[in-house]
Design a protein around this ligand. Sequence first.
Ligand code: APR
Length: 237
Amino acid sequence: MTRRFRNIVILTGAGLSAESGLGAFRGQGGLWVDFKIEEVATPAAFALNPSRVHDFYNLRRSRMAEARPNAAHLALARLEAECPANVLTVTQNIDALHEAGGTKNLIHMHGELAKALCANCRTSVRWWEDLFVETACGACGEAGGMRPDVVWFGEMPRELERIYDALSSCDLFVSIGTSGSVYPAAGFVAEASAAGAHTVELNLEASEGADLFLERIEGRATEIVPAFVRRLLGTYA
Ligand code: APR
């Protein structure tokens, strides 16, 4: 890799935050092994049993509050700050570790756990406390509709237009710590390839779409991401 890329899109998933102590979704010890998606992460689940959904996200929010960005988050923030190229980071993660690590040009396509959304008036506010069915919205005063400002299964991911615009003009696409099993994110590599971009997967193991990437590096994010960023920055020296 000796090209000097000008427009870089980075897609991240749960594997990036795994070494910060926040579990991934699939595979051994994954959240979707212990919890059923349809019971905690869909609009229907919230309508049927909001307390169960709040319990699930309250636990995850309190774990997030204790987590710190790891070497991979910090390396990506360094890339954004030091690389002469445009760098856009698109994360599927709802934790706040990218921004804690210093990344600024960031899209949370699956929403943010550190925000609460009122289903009644659609106001979204920073939220680090637990949420309950009785929690009233500070804007409209209505109780019962406060929910984590995250994208559930069956809901539309955020800022897709901006993401597809960036993919259609990128010359490097890097996917990090994601199993490639949830669309539309799993389809981003094909978009970037169609735009002629170089594509790289950095993951613990081959993802479901691994064959779609031109280059693959396997290992732990805290090791392979800083090494990759050093190599990439080296091409501009
Ligand atoms: N370093 C690098 N990769 C890792 C590490 C690590 N330390 N630990 C795990 N991985 C890899 C796993 O091998 C797996 O391929 O990260 C990937 C995580 O995959 P998932 O758990 O499926 O997470 P993700 O791809 O982000 O899930 C996508 O699914 O449930 C929804 O909305 C949720 O945003 C999430 C989406």
